[in-house]
Write a protein that binds this ligand. Structure first.
Ligand SMILES: Nc1ncnc2c1ncn2[C@@H]1O[C@H](COP(=O)(O)OP(=O)(O)OP(=O)(O)O)[C@@H](O)[C@H]1O
Ligand SMILES: [Mg+2]
Length: 266
């Protein structure tokens, strides 16, 4: 993943050089972002939980222009397990980040339960991500100075709930009940990804986004991580969007979409 995609945004904190200090402050001084608005808690309706309408994402470097997403539209229903496949460079990560509220499209829009994600105020968008969305990435994106339990707890601290029992329960559910106080460097790759999965579920989000969650793991560990993710998603009735280039793994979802050169194959 390119380093401009600051991992820290998955925690719904502004991305800037001071972020580690903000994290320490929010963690240890108990500062919180504003609580969730009651409008955030809309009742479940028949509409798609998340949808993209004619999304374009373009990068300009010097005089060259790269059209990464070229008019992508899709709808995801609540409870669906959707796999997004495509070759390297097809625009999968760009699309996932756009759907997840992390990268504004140049054109088009993304809707969460019918509400435009990119028309929201920044604070509301952050609350929406922190409350409704969980993230799992290929490189785990754990904070190295924090223990497994602290990493899992962090989105809950940001939300202001500090749900220690849920953090410990989730770590037990992913088989790491005896690794609560280990730092990421003291965990294997598969264990770090389990911590990231537990973290993605701490705020009980409706939607989980996973970008190549097994990409750094050997095939056996990768398959067990995918099984774990799918069983947790089933058990906790989440909506799951997974990016992968592995079409075999993608068979385990409800639906598979293919992205080719920034366009969705029909
Ligand atoms: N910030 C950027 N500036 C310029 N080009 C970019 C930027 N981010 C992505 N790209 C280009 O957009 C294209 C799609 O990138 P993206 O990361 O979405 O692909 P991907 O399908 O996830 O690939 P992979 O499977 O290798 O992760 C690539 O050609 C990439 O070089
Ligand atoms: Mg990618």
């Amino acid at each position: 993943m390119p380093d401009w995609r600051s991992d820290i945004r998955i925690l719904s904190i502004p991305s800037c050089a001071i972020v580690p200090k903000i994290i320490r402050l929010t963690s240890f001084l108990g500062l919180q972002i504003p609580p969730v608005n009651s409008e955030d808690k809309k009742s479940v309706s028949q509409q798609s939980i998340i949808s993209a309408k004619d999304v374009y994402r373009t990068f300009e470097i010097g005089s060259s222009r790269i059209e990464v997403l070229r008019g992508v539209s899709l709808e995801v229903q609540a409870g669906e397990k959707l796999f997004l496949c495509g070759a390297s460079g097809a625009g999968k990560t760009s699309l996932l980040y756009t759907l997840a509220g992390l990268e504004k499209p140049n054109q088009g829009d993304v809707f969460v339960r019918g509400e435009s994600l990119y028309q929201m105020s920044r604070a509301r968008q952050s609350r929406c991500r922190n409350r409704h969305m969980g993230y799992v990435f290929q490189n785990y994106a754990l904070l190295p100075e924090l223990t497994a339990r602290e990493n899992v707890l962090l989105p809950s601290m940001i939300r202001g709930t500090n749900d220690h029992p849920r953090a410990e329960d989730l770590l037990s559910r992913v088989g790491l009940g005896d690794r609560l106080h280990h730092l990421p460097a003291e965990l294997s790759g598969g264990e770090q990804q389990r911590v990231a999965i537990a973290r993605s579920l701490i705020n009980d989000p409706e939607i989980l986004f996973a970008d190549e969650p097994t990409g750094n793991l050997d095939s056996k560990t990768g398959a067990s991580i995918m099984d774990l993710l799918l069983s947790l998603v089933d058990e906790q009735q989440k909506t799951l969007l997974v990016v992968t280039h592995d079409t075999a793994l993608a068979q385990s979802g409800d639906r598979m979409l293919h992205l080719t050169d920034g366009k969705m194959n029909q």
